[in-house]
Write a protein that binds this ligand. Structure first.
Ligand code: ADP
Ligand code: GLC
Length: 499
């Protein structure tokens, strides 16, 4: 019999995505299906998620078929008072897989992003929004909703962290599913004052060191890590790194005590969305045998970013503009990149001071540095398909997906040697080049010197067209599909169910 999993997350591509979490949660159902795992995704009812359900259901009435479908009929369940607001459970479909949505207007019917207002400020009731979401997930997975039955609740990041804790401390029914907590980014922990505890509807004993208590307050990710049967993160190297204070961000002690339950499973990429030979957002599609066609995309990148046309290397960036991503160091390195004959096309959004730094750089080096501030899915595909290299100087990177997209698209990744970046890119040292296995460039510490050194190495390698193509082809031949990792999640679920 297939294993049934409720995958609980605040994002899932194509409905809602602010970063890699959305990509991964969106890809998991298809990744796990071949391994006998039935994934239902559970999402908050943000306006755009509900709108997609409605659009799909009206399309269905008119005989069409969309990515999401839902006969917007009776809700599957109603909570008259879910931690302070009414909510109901709706059903739909996402890319052919089952979707459940928590429709709770008091929590989710808001303008803005999933976590904050249009100006980017976090909502001050996020603690209640995601406690309610986790409580509902625990009810659905734990047998409180007629017709719903799950073997495993798989929680992703802090927004879902309370779900395993609710199942542990306040299960809705005697039989509880096994639980998995996946860390996509330990920097976001959902940490709140102790004062909120009384509103979480947890028994008093849950406010304990081995429960939801965290440095005197309440920690949502902490609660999940403490309560889940298994902990995973998104690369083997990051799974080791978070055992140390430098990367554990306060959770290293807890993770060390639960180390036997921790594993690192690297993310795959959704090849239905990310394949250069079938990508609808590209002016020219190509594969490893037709790399020359990338030139058309390169011209399109030059146009989109107002770069002077030329044959020199175009570096790109597709990133949140934050300290994690080393974007301050990159901003400093721009004059050196230009001096080396490189051009830069940057797509990103994030911290205001970094956005300003890149705006300034574009003004200082017109034709060499092109900047688009904002979020643009189609443009992110074009950059991978038309740029020569992608720069990823992250200070930490649990997995990273943009280097994987770069590999698949022949856009050579230049990355800091950390987390998933260390695990997925083979550095072009002399031996790897001679053996023809190099797929990118790694550098050790995120400093001005090492980043500039890596950029210099990239421009040198790029100058030798044959060698550069060899690196591109080696990356494109690597397997970053979900096949292996899908199997690993499936065996993890099986082990938990057998235990
Ligand atoms: P993180 O989740 O830490 O931001 P990842 O590399 O795992 O980093 O995933 C980032 C995802 O978000 C990728 O799919 C990337 O293409 C996308 N992305 C990041 N910034 C932008 C942007 N400004 N426009 C479009 N896509 C973006
Ligand atoms: C997080 C991490 C990123 C990872 C993504 C998906 O946002 O920062 O490294 O790829 O989650 O797991």
């Amino acid at each position: 019999m297939a294993i049934s999993v409720l995958s609980v997350a605040s994002e899932a591509y194509p409905l809602v995505k602010t970063g890699g979490l959305g990509d991964v949660v969106g890809a998991l159902p298809a990744a796990l299906a071949p391994h006998g795992v039935d994934v239902t995704t559970f999402l908050p009812g943000y306006p755009r998620v509900l709108a997609a359900l409605e659009a799909a259901s009206s399309q269905q009435e008119h005989g069409g078929s969309g990515e999401v479908s839902h006969a917007l009929g009776a809700p599957l369940h109603r909570w008259p008072d879910l931690l302070g607001a009414p909510a109901q459970l709706l059903e739909g479909e996402i890319a052919g897989h089952r979707l459940l949505v928590l429709d709770a207007p008091g929590y989710f019917a808001r303008e803005g992003g999933p976590y904050g207002d249009p100006a980017g400020r976090d909502w001050d009731d996020n603690w209640r929004r995601f406690a309610a979401f986790a409580r509902a997930a625990a009810d659905v997975a734990g047998g409180a909703v007629a017709g719903e039955r799950y073997d495993v609740l798989h929680a992703h990041d802090w927004q879902s962290g309370l779900a395993p804790a609710y199942l542990r401390f306040a299960p809705p029914a005697p039989a509880v599913p096994r639980t998995v907590m996946t860390i996509h980014n330990i920097a976001f922990q959902g940490r709140y004052d102790a004062g909120i505890f009384a509103s979480l509807a947890l028994p008093a004993l849950a406010f304990a060191v081995d429960g939801v208590e965290y440095y005197g307050g309440v920690g949502y990710l902490k609660a999940g890590l403490e309560s889940a049967d298994a902990i995973t993160t998104v690369s083997p190297t990051y799974a080791r790194e978070i055992l140390s204070p430098d990367f554990g961000m306060g959770l290293e002690g807890l993770i060390r005590t639960r180390q036997r339950r921790v594993s690192g499973i690297v993310n795959g990429i959704d090849t239905a969305v990310w394949s250069p030979s079938a990508d609808p957002s590209l002016p020219a599609r190509y594969d490893a045998a037709t790399l020359a066609r990338r030139a058309v995309n390169k011209r399109a990148v030059e146009q989109a970013f107002a770069l002077d046309p030329g044959e020199g290397a175009i570096f790109c960036v597709v990133s949140r503009l934050t300290w994690q991503k080393g974007m301050d160091v990159l901003a400093d390195a721009i004059p050196a990149l230009v001096e080396r004959g490189g051009r830069l096309a940057l797509l990103g959004s994030g911290d205001a001071w970094l956005e300003q730094a890149f705006r300034d750089a574009a003004e200082r080096f017109p034709g060499q540095i092109g900047v688009r501030l904002g979020y643009d899915e189609a443009l992110s595909h074009l950059l991978q398909a038309g740029s020569d290299a992608i720069l990823i100087p992250s200070r930490f990177e649990p997995c990273g997906l943009t280097q994987l997209y770069g590999l698949a698209y022949g856009c050579v990744p230049v990355v800091a040697r950390t987390g998933g970046l260390a695990d997925t890119v083979i550095h072009a040292n002399a031996a790897a080049l001679a053996a023809g296995v190099a797929t990118g460039i790694q550098f050790d510490t995120v400093t001005y010197e090492s980043l500039v050194g890596a950029i210099a190495l990239a421009t040198d390698l790029y100058a030798d067209a044959e060698r550069w193509e060899q690196i591109q082809r080696a990356g494109m031949a690597a397997d970053f599909s979900w096949a292996t990792s899908g199997r690993r999640y499936a065996s993890l679920y099986r082990e938990l169910l057998a235990a």
